[in-house]
Design a binder for this molecule. Structure first.
Ligand SMILES: [Zn+2]
Length: 141
């Protein structure tokens, strides 16, 4: 999703990437920030990745911005933005802590089911896959 408007307009639960046009440090050509390589000279461009995460409804209007710096001092910076587009606070963590955070946020595996419950889960999955591929055709009468 391309979004250059103010944070106050972010209402979706989708993440929003902010893209801006900047100049390639190598050739000076204009390139969008989302590009990994310069389309004019093929130099690598991305030194920083930015992603916005709209808040839970209890913090409506706010957003979390996560900036990942890929330069000689790799780190991840978290900043809390209010609905006016102002940063309320920020903190940076080192790569190792960012990896630990990613592990913490990883979805937990569902509890393993056994016996007949596991067989029923498996059968439901097979049935759902068959119906989604359309391999079981029905004829209209
Ligand atoms: Zn270039």
């Amino acid at each position: 999703m391309l979004a250059t408007q103010k944070l106050g307009s972010i209402t979706s639960t989708d993440t929003v990437k902010l893209w801006a046009v900047q100049a390639c440090a190598h050739c000076g050509g204009g390139v969008e920030e989302r590009f990994r390589y310069c389309p004019w000279c093929a130099s690598p461009l991305r030194r920083k990745l930015v992603e916005f995460f709209p808040a839970h409804p209890r913090d409506a209007g706010k957003a979390l911005r996560v900036s990942r710096y890929l330069d000689e001092d790799p780190h991840v910076r978290f900043s809390v933005w209010d609905e006016t587009g102002r940063v309320e606070s920020a903190v940076s963590v080192e790569e190792a802590e960012a990896r630990r955070l990613a592990r913490f946020l990883r979805p937990r595996p569902s509890p393993r089911r056994h016996g007949i419950a596991a067989l029923l889960d498996y059968a439901a999955g097979v049935s759902a896959r068959r119906s989604s591929t359309g391999s079981r055709k029905t004829t209209s009468s």
